[in-house]
Design a protein. Structure first.
Length: 339
């Protein structure tokens, strides 16, 4: 294997030279490899496990290489997409997700980094052969979002259907809005083929409503938080959960960054950085809540600030293990977890 790795650059150069000199066998083999179907159909054929793919673990932070908020859960032969921030479609394809099978999207709230990739998901799944309607579930406001996207993509749909894409009626999503009765903190929004999904109120004020989602299947529980401060509002959803995908902010690092901004004369930027602490989940507070709820595995996403390397990831989660005895994972785009 070591010898092969050393020779690999030479092999690549040799293959390229054959292609350039017109060796049809090499060219055909190269093209065959490029177009090979690598779609992971086990995501819709595996009836036993729950699969969770992180298709976006970042934020609007301009220097973050991560995709914006996006989590895919496969359960009971169905794909459930939770939020669709920028680059959602690209990251789903990189994970070989069968995009034409995406028919159910759940929006946690209407901040742009949770919806800016939704139009691409709707449009691209149609272009790639989706056979049924796509439903977007969400709290108040999701209907306007879906209608606005339909207007934005109207001409694109007309052009593509005139050219080669059939069933233009499937190019647009349908909205399913849910509401909370007074004094009720959760509501069931989906129940089919053994899968249930409950929406829980979270505390992302002044954004209201904002929700997280609890998916249950085969005795397994997965909670996706959306954006929220740590709160007992959704403690019941976390109770004994097998996996919790939760947004996280390291308050200490944010304060240090704000101090550095002030030293550099960027007082406005420093104040803006501190403002985000008001409605996001501090890592240490989150660890305490997860311990109270006896969460088995805590996956951190929507990471603020985005940790670019091993040292930054260590600093990001530092101290959490002092309060939480379960498994802690710092999420990365394309991470695939099976439970």
């Amino acid at each position: 294997m070591e010898l092969f790795m050393r020779l690999k650059p030479l092999i690549s150069v040799f293959a390229l030279s054959l292609m350039l000199t017109g060796c049809s066998k090499v060219q055909n083999a190269f093209m065959d490899e490029q177009v090979k179907d690598r779609t992971d159909y086990s995501l819709i054929t595996d009836q036993e496990h729950v699969r969770v793919i992180l298709c976006g673990t970042g934020t609007p932070q301009v220097n973050s290489p991560r995709g914006q908020a996006c989590t895919l859960v496969a359960a009971g032969g169905t794909l459930f997409l939770f939020d669709a921030g920028e680059n959602a479609m690209r990251n789903l394809e990189r994970n070989q997700v069968p995009v034409s099978a995406i028919t159910k999207v759940f929006i946690t709230h209407l901040h742009s980094d949770h919806i800016s990739g939704l139009g691409g998901v709707i449009n691209h799944s149609w272009v790639n052969g989706r056979q049924g309607p796509l439903t977007v579930y969400g709290p108040l406001g999701v209907s306007g979002l879906v209608k606005g996207l339909a207007m934005a993509y109207a001409d694109d749909t007309r052009f593509r259907s005139m050219h080669f894409v059939p069933h233009p009626e499937l190019a647009f999503a349908q909205a399913q809005t849910f509401f909370f009765n007074r004094g009720v903190e959760s509501v069931r929004v989906y129940e089919q083929n053994g899968v249930t999904i409950d929406a829980y109120r979270v505390d992302h004020r002044p954004v209201d409503p904002a929700v997280g989602y609890l998916l249950s299947y085969g005795g397994k529980k997965v909670f996706i938080s959306g954006d929220t401060r740590v709160s007992d509002l959704y403690l019941g959803a976390l109770q004994d959960a097998d996996l919790v995908v939760h947004e996280a902010i390291n308050s200490g690092l944010i304060h240090q960054a704000a101090d550095a901004m002030r030293r550099q004369g960027h007082a406005v930027e420093a104040q803006r950085a501190l403002r985000v602490l008001d409605y996001h989940a501090d890592t240490l507070e989150l660890a305490r809540l997860a311990e109270r709820a006896k969460v088995k595995h805590l996956v951190l996403t929507h990471l603020i600030p985005s940790p670019p390397n091993f040292i930054a990831r260590y600093l990001f989660s530092k101290g959490m293990a002092d309060h939480y005895r379960g498994i802690i994972t710092i999420g990365e785009d394309a991470m695939d977890i099976r439970i």
